[in-house]
Design a protein around this ligand. Structure first.
Ligand code: ASP
Length: 434
């Protein structure tokens, strides 16, 4: 069995965490490749190393002195090296880094160093090989992953007899320049490598014992999800459950390689297993997730014009301003578009101006402070009465539902409520189904 184990920033934030990681890895020889994030926050340090590196880049851009910041970054790594007495080349690498900064390093080069240094140090601590992500994860010109090149490079550089530590979060462009992924992107690095090498399992080690049925900041000790399908998880992470990056699920869903979310601080907890065929636990609702701050735009249309003609023009405005389209509930004379409020605010007047100029659009009005809640469950679509239960339980609590969406093959029902009703909606639904 071949396992890739990815450890997030909270799992590698201090010497104490490095020790836990080591004991997990030593415990199972099948853990052949370790992918790491940069050290995250902990009791002593209130910033993630990646945040410090972003700040460093901003200081350089603005021409502000950054010596103090360099010291703080160095000290994060030195505290681990010193306490664990690791023989690492970190100090030499850090001097080279400072020289490169003076010569002109790109933002991506700078920000990627958190993962780079962390992987180098962990590889020495474990006695594993270090393999730089820039030499194996390759991108296309448009920034997408070049899967074939990545596979070729990995197969060429990995000796199946050895074990490796690889930095997450970045890859290299066709011109061999470093490009970082979006924040939290080490999850994606782990899944790309797992897929390319056709490993049997992708373990994602973090600081929680898997996914909860509902947000634990709203529900006291919610039930844990033991097993869930890829598309249920994608739906939940899209809607706000943050345990693993949504993009990282897709490569493994296609090849049906299971993902196991585990807790570095409680390794004996089962965690959450994500796979295709999972035994049925009989639950109708697998999970609830959601987030606040959406805007609903109501578009009043000319009743003589077909909906499709107007809709296509309206959607092109959303595309032009790169705004998300979350849902489009439609009526005869009007329809709604639900989008995220924050990005809309920046271009609000341009969007409204473009919309009212469309032939057939009679009026546009907006309503802010909408929260979307997803009720997700693979069993839901063929069990009658689920939506009835949702609406009657929310009705009893006098929660007004503003938006309802469910496609026929969907594994989720999405409802929109007022921001101020969000927490109560989650609580009510949780108690109805659990
Ligand atoms: N270190 C990066 C971040 O803080 C990437 C990651 O942790 O996966 O976002």
């Amino acid at each position: 069995m071949n396992i890739l184990a990815k450890f997030g920033g909270s799992s590698l934030s201090s010497a104490k965490q490095f020790k836990k990681v080591k004991s997990i890895i030593v415990d199972n020889k099948d853990r052949k490749i370790i992918v790491v994030s940069a050290p995250g926050k902990d009791e002593k340090y209130s910033s993630k190393v990646t945040d410090l590196l972003l700040l460093l880049n901003a200081h350089i851009d603005l021409g502000i002195d950054y010596d103090q910041l360099l010291e703080s970054i160095k000290e994060r790594f030195m505290s681990i090296i010193d306490e664990l007495k690791i023989e690492s080349s970190f100090l030499d690498d850090f001097s080279t880094f400072i020289k490169q900064l003076k010569k002109g390093y790109s933002k991506d080069d700078i920000v990627s160093r958190g993962e780079y240094f962390c992987a180098e140090i962990l590889s020495k601590y474990l006695g594993f090989e270090f393999l730089d992500a820039k030499d194996v994860i390759r991108l296309n010109f448009d920034g997408t992953i070049n899967e074939q090149k990545t596979k070729e490079k990995l197969l060429k550089m990995i000796n199946p007899e050895k074990r490796y530590v690889i930095p997450g979060y970045y890859a290299s462009t066709p011109e061999h320049k470093i490009r970082t992924f979006k924040r939290g992107g080490s999850d994606l690095s782990g899944s790309i490598i797992t897929k390319a090498l056709e490993y049997d399992l992708y373990e994602n080690w973090t600081d929680v014992s898997g996914l909860y049925v509902a947000d634990p900041t709203i529900i006291n000790h919610p039930k844990r999800i033991d097993k869930i399908t890829y598309n249920e998880l994608r739906e939940l992470s899209y809607r706000g459950a943050t345990v693993i990056q949504q993009e990282a699920i897709i490569p493994l869903e296609k090849t049906e390689i299971p993902i196991h979310i585990k807790n570095t601080n409680q390794p004996s907890d089962f965690g959450t297993l994500i796979a295709t065929d999972i035994d049925d636990n009989g639950a109708i609702v697998s999970g609830l997730a959601g987030s606040k701050d959406y805007t609903s735009l109501t578009i009043l249309k000319d009743s003589y014009q077909p909906l499709s003609t107007i809709l296509i023009k309206v959607l092109s405005v959303f595309e032009k301003y790169k705004l998300s389209v979350e849902h489009i509930p439609t009526g005869i004379d009007n329809f709604n578009i639900i989008t995220k409020t924050k990005p809309l605010k920046n271009v609000y007047f341009d969007v409204i101006n473009d919309l009212i100029k469309i032939d057939g659009v009679m009026d546009v009005s907006t309503e802010d402070e909408v929260a979307l809640v997803a009720i997700v469950g693979r069993n839901m679509s063929y069990i009658p009465g689920v939506s009835g239960r949702i609406f009657s339980t929310l009705g009893k609590q006098k929660i007004n539902i503003k938006v309802i969406a469910q496609a026929s093959k969907e594994i989720s029902i999405i409802i929109g409520v007022k921001n101020s009703d969000y927490e109560q909606t989650i609580e009510t639904l949780y108690h109805e189904f659990y």
